[in-house]
Design a protein around this ligand. Structure first.
Ligand code: 13P
Ligand code: SF4
Length: 307
């Protein structure tokens, strides 16, 4: 065990801190994490945890969501600049303007949004429950309601295709999935590994999803692989997940559609930064009370639907 890992483990014990990590984190972050999972699992873990201090190794909106759900806990993020460019593609002003175009808008926002945008939304979703959330919204509202989905156009189009429900989609996207995972790479990988199952994250372009056998969140991919009879998989998402897949399924063969699909923000989190925030108790997430209170309800509604 390296020196810094030992030091972090000692500090975690002393401070009774819990470390939660997203699946896209660096392999060495997995070694100090108490739990590794997708964005929905991380928000659930943060809420169920008894610890007063949580270090969230992921991007800002994930730590912010944990803080909104648990204002009494100290949520620390190792790098305050670990943002999500897709979340930045929608602002409160832009959302208000978009809403004003509809008579009875209901806003479904992906958790990849700021607290302020969540506060302007009716319900949140993650990639693992998005279709379910939109179906529930339709069940509960009359047919004159216009559903707005923000910010990911690829996830929005996927929901629309699977559910058959018409939604008004904001034109945002994830640069890592949309710009780097291209259909030609998936076709090449399929030719090379014809027996492999193709698993794609819904943030990928529709042309990529059309080539996939399954469209799944990162948590969904991990679960699917455990049950699949296949031993080979082409993975269309951020490459960090390959570490978890190999760790959980040592006999499986996993091929990234491309090595280029790396989220630079996820990779900003390092062991040195985790150590630093734990020693100095810094980078504690603070969400203004008026925003936090309004953002809490759409997240809670989502958690109830999923349960
Ligand atoms: P998951 O909901 O699958 O964890 O995805 C979050 C994310 O940021 C994907 O790019
Ligand atoms: Fe945001 Fe994409 Fe990075 Fe996920 S992979 S955090 S959506 S930029």
């Amino acid at each position: 065990m390296s020196d810094i890992v030992q030091k972090i483990n000692i500090l975690k014990k002393e401070k009774k801190a819990l470390v939660l990590a997203h699946t896209y984190q660096r392999p060495e972050i997995y070694d100090i994490a108490d739990f590794v999972g997708d964005s929905l699992e991380l928000s659930k873990q943060a809420t169920q945890a008894k610890n007063d201090i949580i270090v969230l190794c992921g991007v800002y909106f994930m730590a912010e969501t944990a803080s909104i759900l648990n204002p009494q806990k100290k949520i620390l993020i190792p790098d305050l600049k670990a943002g999500c460019p897709m979340a930045d593609m929608i602002t409160v002003e832009k959302l208000k303007e978009f809403k004003s175009k509809f008579k009875k808008p209901i806003v479904v926002s992906y958790v990849n949004t700021s607290a302020a945008v969540k506060a302007e939304s009716d319900i949140c979703c993650t990639s693992s429950n998005a279709v379910n959330v939109v179906k529930k919204v339709v069940e509960n509202f009359d047919k004159n309601t216009d559903i707005i989905f923000t910010p990911d156009r690829n996830l929005g189009r996927y929901i629309q295709k699977v559910s058959g429900i018409k939604i008004n989609i904001w034109n945002g996207f994830c640069p890592t999935h949309n710009n780097f995972i291209l259909p030609e790479y998936v076709k090449t990988a399929k030719n090379k590994y014809p027996k492999a199952e193709v698993l794609a994250h819904p943030e990928c372009r529709p042309e990529v999803l059309d080539l996939a056998d399954y469209t799944l969140s990162t948590g969904g991919m991990c679960e699917h692989i455990k049950k699949s009879p296949s031993e080979e998989f082409i993975i269309c998402t951020e490459t960090g997940i390959l570490h978890k897949l190999k760790k959980d399924n040592p006999s499986g063969n996993f091929y990234p559609a491309t090595e280029l699909s790396v989220c630079p923000n996820m990779k900003k989190i390092t062991l040195a930064k985790v150590y630093d925030v734990l020693v100095n108790m810094k980078n504690i997430i603070f969400v203004q009370d008026n925003i936090r209170k309004r953002a809490y309800s759409p997240i809670l509604k989502m958690l109830k639907i999923n349960a």
